[in-house]
Design a protein around this ligand. Structure first.
Ligand code: AMP
Ligand code: FE
Ligand code: FE
Ligand code: ZN
Length: 278
């Protein structure tokens, strides 16, 4: 079983890479992709964990980008860590800190949460995001699951919501391609701020050089998966499927959607870096 999209505590997952790999081994996963948001900080620990558990590792990243004012999550796989990618991660980390601090300052005025509480749950090395505010609210007992915070305080319609800088879709595609990586549009038909992207936007992404689509993902409505699959087939693109597992932070379960060995081979052949088979 190949699951190419998961998160550790280096972003908004709830487990260390080691815990993630141990759980993957128990779940019967043979190859796991680590795709933390806008960071590569988990790779070293993931490689050790892969060695210890015998689960293969596909190094990856999930980059938040923008197209026509809406968010596109882009998965990059098996790239070299170029200077451009390092600089991207530093810039986004800073933008995300400023943005989250702005949200928390507004919430603190209403005595909902403090910045120290958010930092305490996130740890010092995580790519910060709204899930960390949710975790701090959970710790206070204000909410009983991250979901609840996303439906209220953290929703884009909330008065506390703030946006943050993200690269444009073409910039992010080039960043990963310059590092010799493979680029997949994550959960292309998921609801994003302002609604899901239309089919013309998806075609635009393909014209911009996207190598494949994450067809099998719980956030793509079932009827759309068939259409996505047809597009991928017709254009000879890479088709992936994955869980987008976040530990206990989301309901998604490891291996709930998977990628075929053929498709993993195609990714590996296209990319500079190799899959790490311990
Ligand atoms: P941000 O990047 O700070 O805007 O936060 C977006 C992140 O929140 C995504 O990476 C998701 O993993 C996570 N997220 C979005 N909706 C939910 C939800 N309902 N429950 C838990 N996590 C969520
Ligand atoms: Fe996430
Ligand atoms: Fe995503
Ligand atoms: Zn994800």
């Amino acid at each position: 079983m190949i699951d190419l999209h998961t998160h550790s505590a280096y972003s908004d997952g709830t487990q260390s890479p080691r815990e993630l790999f141990e759980e993957a081994a128990r779940a019967g996963i043979t190859v796991l992709g680590l795709t933390d948001h806008d960071t590569v900080a988990g790779y070293e620990e993931a490689r050790e964990a892969a060695r210890e558990t015998g689960v293969g590792l596909v190094t990856g990243i999930e980059i938040s980008t923008r197209l026509h004012g809406k968010v596109v999550h882009l998965l990059g796989y098996l790239f070299d860590e170029t200077e451009g990618i390092t600089q991207h991660c530093i810039r986004v980390q800073e933008a995300r800190v400023t943005r989250l601090k702005n949200m928390v300052d507004a919430m603190a005025e209403d005595r909902l949460i403090t910045w120290d509480e958010v930092l305490a749950v996130a740890g010092s090395e995580a790519t910060l995001g709204r899930p960390h505010i949710a975790d701090a609210l959970f710790k206070r007992g204000t909410i009983s699951h991250r979901d609840e915070a996303f439906a209220t305080y953290l929703s884009p319609r909330s008065p506390y919501y703030r946006d943050y800088w993200a690269p444009s879709l073409p910039e992010a595609i080039n960043l990963i391609h310059d590092g010799g990586g493979v680029v997949i549009w994550a959960h292309p038909r998921a609801d994003s701020r302002g609604g899901a992207h239309g089919w013309s936007a998806i075609n635009e992404g393909i014209d911009l050089g996207i190598d494949g689509l994450e067809v099998d993902h719980r956030d793509n409505p079932a009827e759309d998966r068939e259409k996505l699959a047809r597009i991928v087939m017709k254009l000879g693109l890479v088709r992936t499927g994955s869980s987008d597992y976040h530990g206990s932070g989301k309901h998604n379960q490891l291996g709930e959607h998977t990628t075929s060995p053929d498709m993993l081979d195609r990714i590996a052949h296209k990319a500079t870096m190799e899959v790490y088979y311990p």
